[in-house]
Each structure stands twice: as C-alpha cells, then as structure tokens.
Ligand binder design. Structure first.
Ligand SMILES: [Zn+2]
Length: 475
C-alpha cells in the first residue's frame, strides 16, 4: 500500500498513535455487523461538501481520507491523492457534517403516567441512525443500564453512540417511583461516590434537590473530574452557579430565579415558575445580570426545544412516531390532541419566550449546547428529534452553520472530547454524517442521513431503524 503523505509531523505522530489504538479495537459482534455498510482500513469520500462544525462556511468538492478510524487527509479533491487500495465513495451532491454530540438524551421513555420504560436497546440504535455519535444521558432511571450500554458499545458488542453515562438522578424528596430521595448532603456524597465507582461519568441533579445536597454533589463529582448538570427548581440558577454547577438544562424554562416570593430550597411548582419566566424581559437588567453570572462562570446551557415543541399548541407533529409500538403512538397522539385543544396553554407564551432567552444567552457569549429530552408525554423520538432540534435552533435565530456547530463542537467541548470529536478535521476521529443535500442552505436536509460513520465505520440508518420499528416501547 502506498504511503500517505501527511501535511504535518504532528498529524503523522497522531496517525501512528491512532493506528496503534485502532489495532487494539475489538471486533464487532455479528449483531453490530448487520448494520455496517462500510468497513475498510482506508476509505476515501470524494467530491463531497464539508461542513466542518466550527461554523466556517461549507467547502465544496472535498476529499476525506479515513485511515484506521481517523481523518488522515482532508482537502480539495483535486489536491488530495487517494492511496491505492482505498475504498472510494463518490459523494457528489452530498454533504458531510460532524457526528452529532448531544447532551440531553435518555435511555427511557414515558410509557404511562409517571412511568418510564427502559428502552436502551432500541434507543441507542435510533440515536446512531439519526447521526448522533456521542451523547450524554441527562439523568438515568435504570440503574446500571446506561453504564452497561456505554461499555458494550465501546466494546463493539452493540451499535450506538459513545455515551457519557449519568448516574441515577440526584433528587430531594420526590414522588417518582424510580428515583431515590436524598436524605442529606452526606447521603448525596455517598451516592455520587458509589455511582462514580460503578462507572457513571456524569451526574444530573433534579427539581427537589437542596442547595446543601447540590453543593455536596458538585464537590464530590469534581473531586473525580466529573461534571454535574441540573434540571432545577428548588435551587435557582444563580445559586447553582455559585455552588459551581457545570451545566443547566432546558434553557431558562425551569429557572426559578424570577419567582418573587421564592423560598430557599423549595420548588415553587410549575405554574408559578412558568408565570415568572413568561414575564422575563430578555433585555431587562435582572435577566442580563443572571446571564452575566452564567457566562462569567462558563456554565453551559442546554437547549431542548424538541420536548417543549410537543407541549406547544399549533406546532407540527414530531418526526419518527412510526417507530413506536402502536399503543404508545396512539397514547402520544391523544396527548397531542389535548395540547392542541388547550386554549389556556402556558406554552403559547413560553415557547417564543424560551427561544428569545436562549438566544440572548448565546448572544451574550454563553455556551449553548443541544439535546432532545425524550420525556414529557412522549413524541420525542431519539435520532429524529436530534435532527429536529437543529431545525428548531434555526427557527430560534441561529444560522444553519451555527445550529450544526452548537449540536456538534459545543457538545464535544463541554464533554472535554473536542480534541477527538465534534468537528471534521485532520487527525480527528472519523465521526461523520453523510446527508443527501446541503444543510448549510436548507437545514431540513439533516433529516436525509445516508450513512453514519463512527470511528471510520459506516452504519446504515435505514437498517438500524428497521430493526426497531414497531417495537419502540418494549425494549
Ligand atoms: Zn431530561
């Protein structure tokens, strides 16, 4: 085989190191092999439009050479010499974007009122099919399942994205049957230590946690180099920021910072906090002060427009419902009818307000990341929803290139994995989504995924989806 001419010494060293790593990668199980369409030591994607994920304009007629799972060459097709023996794939008219890195994902789904079924088996395939190659689960309701899936996917025994696996939710006294109620700060420390030991790589605090418990969780997690995010209520965003939290979920929608008579450590309940958020002015001093605090402390904010869209009257039906078990699909469609008929829905105001506040945060220099949150009354379908989230970021006011960057590079930066994933760049892991069309002009083209490369191996989204269709809800 012809030797590759690399453009820099650093890249050459990187290639040697990654080749050694690649040699140690385990074989795919037969179950995973069923979904693979491209697997070769050297692959060349030619004549393709590249959106690299940094926000830079799309580049036309590029060639990407993938060797041992990494991007070994990247440049204009006329200038890149493709090694002999490479598997060539002509992608004229198509676009490559980085594999998505999304941060509010789950491996469970609402199967009944207050009940969440563990659907890890089908969800990891759907996420990968939608172009997600790295994800964080933002809260876990199935104990070791998120961690086991993370390990089995890394060991190539299952098809799915690389997972940053959260521990079970950290919450104060609550009525969710599947969630432990923390007793105090000591109990919190024990939980964090135990789950870190078990292999969890991330933590999620929830609505009834106290300041003392959240502070203890952050201290214990940070000691281990692990991060904490929160869907908060009892603790305000400003309080959580002062305690050192790393990330806040759902934009500003759950913030209780603007509730006039907010009692410390008490969640004032959804109607009250929603009314307060609905009244917040993006240009008001109070909001600007909160944003200033979050930005100065480098706290990331996760946009999960997809879940709020399912709760807002007048919005289109979400994509992907056809993969659901028929009973679950029917259940969602009934919930959706009730949403559509609710003239009093707070989301009529909250939907545009939530977008305006997120946008103001990003404009002020805040780090916005993206996720989907397959919860509420259902209808947020992994993979499909990740694509929808990018469309909604564009509706929120970002350019398509910015929406893609938020959903790739920003997520990778938050996870501290941006030296390996998150952009299409020389030397990085070949996590690439091939789409038919040009999402830099028309963001909806991100739905037209043809192949998802993870570490240089191409997966067929149609096969992944077909393997679960009609069963999503059972496993
Ligand atoms: Zn969630």
């Amino acid at each position: 085989m012809k030797r590759l001419v690399t453009t820099s010494a650093a890249a050459a060293v990187g290639a040697v190191v990654s080749a050694l790593l690649f040699a140690q990668l385990p074989q795919f199980s037969n179950a995973v092999k069923n979904f693979i369409t491209v697997e070769a030591p050297v692959v060349a994607l030619t004549n393709v439009r590249v959106i690299d994920g940094t926000g830079a304009p799309a580049r036309e007629r590029q060639t990407i050479v993938i060797r041992d799972g990494n991007i070994a060459e990247l440049g204009e097709t006329s200038r890149v010499s493709v090694p002999s023996g490479a598997t060539m794939i002509d992608l004229t008219g198509k676009t490559v974007i980085p594999g998505l890195v999304m941060l509010h994902e789950h491996l469970f789904y609402p199967t009944g009122s207050g009940v969440y079924g563990p659907l890890g088996e089908s969800f990891v395939r759907l996420y990968l099919a939608g172009g997600v190659t790295t994800m964080r689960t933002a809260g876990n309701l199935a104990g070791v399942m998120d961690i086991n899936l993370m390990r089995q996917i890394d060991a190539r025994q299952r098809a799915g994205p690389a997972i940053d696996a959260t521990a079970p939710y950290l919450n104060g006294p609550n009525e969710l049957l599947q969630v432990h109620s923390l007793k105090d700060a000591d109990d919190t420390k024990r939980q964090v230590a135990y789950w870190a030991e078990m292999g969890a790589t991330s933590f999620k605090a929830y609505m009834q946690i106290t300041r003392a418990e959240l502070g203890a969780a952050i201290e214990e997690a940070h000691k281990r180099g692990l991060k904490v995010t929160g869907h908060l209520c009892s603790v305000t965003y400003a309080e959580a920021a002062d305690l050192g939290i790393d990330n806040l979920e759902h934009g500003f929608m759950p913030s209780t910072d603007f509730v006039a008579d907010k009692q410390p450590d008490v969640c004032p309940g959804q109607p009250k906090s929603q009314q307060a958020i609905a009244a917040v002015e993006p240009n008001g001093e109070q909001f600007k002060a909160l944003v200033g605090k979050l930005v100065s402390k480098h706290i990331a904010l996760t946009s999960t427009l997809t879940v709020f869209e399912t709760l807002t009257p007048g919005r289109p039906l979400p994509p992907g419902l056809e993969v659901l078990l028929p009973e679950l699909r029917q259940q969602f469609e009934q919930a959706r009818t009730r949403v559509a008929q609710n003239q009093e829905s707070p989301y009529k105001t909250l939907w545009p307000k939530g977008m305006a506040l997120e946008r103001a945060f990003a404009k002020a220099g805040g780090m916005l990341v993206a996720g989907t949150d397959p919860t509420a009354a259902g209808g947020v379908i992994p993979g499909y929803a990740n694509q929808r989230q990018m469309e909604l970021l564009v509706e929120e006011g970002f350019t398509p290139l910015e929406a893609i960057s938020i959903s790739t590079l920003n997520g990778a930066k938050y996870l501290g994995r941006d030296s390996r994933v998150g952009t299409v760049a020389l030397g990085k892991q070949a996590d690439l989504v091939v789409v038919n069309g040009d999402p830099s002009k028309y963001i909806a083209d991100v739905r037209r995924v043809e192949t998802v490369f993870k570490q240089g191996v191409g997966f067929d989204p149609a096969k992944l989806i077909a393997s679960v269709t009609g069963h999503v809800g059972l496993w």
